[in-house]
Ligand binder design. Structure first.
Ligand code: FAD
Length: 402
C-alpha cells in the first residue's frame, strides 16, 4: 500500500450530487479538507453529463416525496446559479399533451400534484396550447409548465469544479474507490489509503455496491435503464417548447418526449431500455461479465414474474431502438414531424435505477442511508440534476457532522 492520507470528508463520485455536496460542505466548514475521488478521467462521464438537460418543476411526484420537496426549489436555485455565472439557460417551458381520453384523469392528477408542489403549472385548453406551441397536439386539455427550462449540464459541472478547486477542494480524477478496509479507511484504485471523518458515496451507477461494503443498501440493487436520443438536424427546429406525453404513473420514467435543448436544437427521447451491465452505453464497451450475469438474472426474474409490468415494458422499450418506431411515438404528440430530419443518434445516458430485491419493485424516490461515518446516496435518478442543490443541503443537514 502507498501513502496514507487524511481528510475530513471523502466524496466518491464527481457527478452533480458529489459536487453539490462538496459545495455545501465548503459553505458549512470552509476550513475542512475535502477530497473527491473520481474513477474517470473527465467530469460528467456518466448520468450528470449524459442527461436531457431539463430543469424540471416537480409536478410528477407525490407531495410527501423527496423529489417533490426539492424539484421546484432546485429549479430556482440552478437557474439562479446559471444566471449568476453567465451559463446558458433556455426558458423554453414545457407542455404535457394527451393522445387519448383515458389519459385525462392522469393529467388532472399531475395538475393537482403540480399545485401542491408549487410547480407553477396550469391546465390549458387546446386553443391556449396552440398559442404556446403551435405544433403540439392534444385531445382536449394539456398542462403548461412555464418554469421548465433547459441547461447545459457539462457547463454547470465545470463551473462547480472551478468553484471547488478555488476553495482548495481536491479532485482526484482517474482514482476510484476500490474497497473499504476498516471504518473510515478506504483503499483507492491507485493503492492509496485514505481516511476521512465522513465518507460520502455519490457513485451513481455503483452507489449500491459501495454502500453494501459499508453494510447499507442490502435490499437494493441497481437495474440500469438506457436512454437513447434522436436529434433533429435541420436549420429550423420543429418546435420551441418541450412536449411530453402523459406518463405511465406506475413507472419512474416520463415517456418519449421532445426536448428543446439549451441551443434550441430538438431531441426525441430518452427511452428506458433495460441495459445488460451498468455502463452498457454502446457495443461491448465497459462490458463486465459478473455484472451482466447478475443484471440479466434480475431481468429474467422480473420478466418471468412480470413485476411492475416489466415484461411489457421491456418488449415495448426494445422496439424503441428502431428509429421508425421511436419517431412514430413522437409523431403522436405533434401535427408536423419531418422524420428525415431526425437523423442523429446522440450521447445515450443510463439511469442508476434502484430495484428493491424483496418486493421486486422499482424505487421511485431518492434514498439516503448512513451514519456518522458514511453516507450513501442511492437512486439519484431524474430529476436529480434539477434537485441537486437543495438535495445536497438536506443530505448535509441530516447525515453529515459539520
Ligand atoms: C437519460 C437520462 C436523462 C436524464 N434527464 C434529466 C433531466 O432532464 N433533468 C434532471 O434533473 N435529471 C435528469 N436525469 C437524472 C440526472 O442525470 C441524475 O439524477 C444525476 O446526474 C445523478 O448524479 P450523480 O452524481 O448521482 O451520478 P453520476 O453523474 O453518475 O456521478 C457518479 C460519479 O461517480 C463516479 N464513480 C462511480 N464509481 C466510482 C468509484 N468506485 N470511485 C470513484 N468514482 C466513482 C462515476 O464515474 C460518476 O462520475 C437524467 C438521467 C438520465 C440517465
Amino acid at each position: 500500500m502507498k501513502n496514507e492520507k487524511n481528510f475530513d470528508y471523502v466524496i466518491i463520485g464527481s457527478g452533480i450530487i458529489g459536487l453539490s455536496i462538496a459545495r455545501e460542505l465548503t459553505y458549512r466548514t470552509p476550513r475542512s479538507k475535502i477530497l473527491i475521488l473520481e474513477k474517470e478521467s473527465t467530469i460528467g462521464a456518466h448520468s450528470s453529463g449524459r442527461n436531457s438537460g431539463v430543469l424540471h418543476t416537480g409536478f410528477y411526484y407525490p407531495t410527501d416525496s423527496l423529489k417533490a420537496k426539492f424539484t421546484s426549489q432546485g429549479n430556482k436555485e440552478m437557474t439562479a446559479y446559471c444566471h449568476h455565472n453567465k451559463l446558458k439557460v433556455n426558458p423554453c417551458g414545457k407542455v404535457v399533451v394527451t393522445t387519448c381520453e383515458t389519459e385525462i384523469p392522469t393529467l388532472h392528477e399531475l395538475a393537482k400534484r403540480g399545485i401542491a408542489n408549487a410547480s407553477g403549472i396550469t391546465l390549458i385548453d387546446d386553443k391556449e396550447l396552440k398559442e404556446i406551441e403551435p405544433n403540439a397536439k392534444t385531445i382536449s386539455e394539456a398542462l403548461f409548465s412555464p418554469h421548465t427550462a433547459t441547461i447545459n449540464p457539462k457547463q454547470i459541472l465545470n463551473c462547480i469544479v472551478k468553484e471547488l478547486t478555488a476553495k482548495s477542494v481536491q479532485i482526484n480524477f482517474n482514482e476510484g474507490y476500490k474497497a473499504r478496509i476498516v471504518p473510515n479507511f478506504i483503499v483507492t484504485t491507485k493503492g492509496n489509503i485514505v481516511s476521512a471523518g465522513t465518507i460520502i458515496n455519490a457513485a451513481g451507477l455503483y452507489a449500491d455496491k459501495i454502500a453494501q461494503d459499508f453494510g447499507y443498501a442490502n435490499k437494493y440493487t441497481i437495474l440500469p435503464f438506457k436512454g437513447i436520443y434522436l436529434k433533429h438536424s435541420g436549420a429550423i427546429p420543429p418546435l420551441k417548447t418541450n412536449i411530453y406525453p402523459v406518463p405511465n404513473a406506475s413507472l419512474p420514467f416520463l415517456g418519449v418526449h421532445f426536448t428543446v435543448t439549451v441551443d434550441n436544437a430538438v431531441k426525441i427521447g430518452p427511452t428506458a431500455i433495460p441495459a445488460f451491465w451498468r455502463e452498457n452505453y454502446q457495443g461491448l464497451k465497459n462490458f463486465n461479465l459478473k455484472e451482466a450475469v447478475s443484471i440479466l438474472g434480475w431481468e429474467s426474474k422480473l420478466f418471468l414474474k412480470n413485476s411492475f409490468n416489466f415484461r411489457t415494458l421491456a418488449l415495448e422499450e426494445f422496439k424503441r431502438y428502431h428509429k421508425k418506431y421511436l419517431l412514430s411515438l413522437a409523431n403522436s404528440l405533434v401535427y408536423n414531424l419531418n422524420p428525415s430530419k431526425f437523423n442523429l443518434w446522440t450521447t445515450p445516458g443510463i439511469r442508476a435505477q434502484l430495484l428493491n430485491k424483496e418486493t421486486l419493485g422499482l424505487v421511485n424516490d431518492f434514498i439516503v442511508e448512513g451514519d456518522n461515518e458514511s453516507v450513501h446516496i442511492l437512486n439519484a435518478v431524474s430529476p436529480g440534476f434539477t434537485c441537486s442543490f437543495p438535495f445536497a443541503r438536506f443530505v448535509v443537514d441530516r447525515y453529515v457532522n459539520t
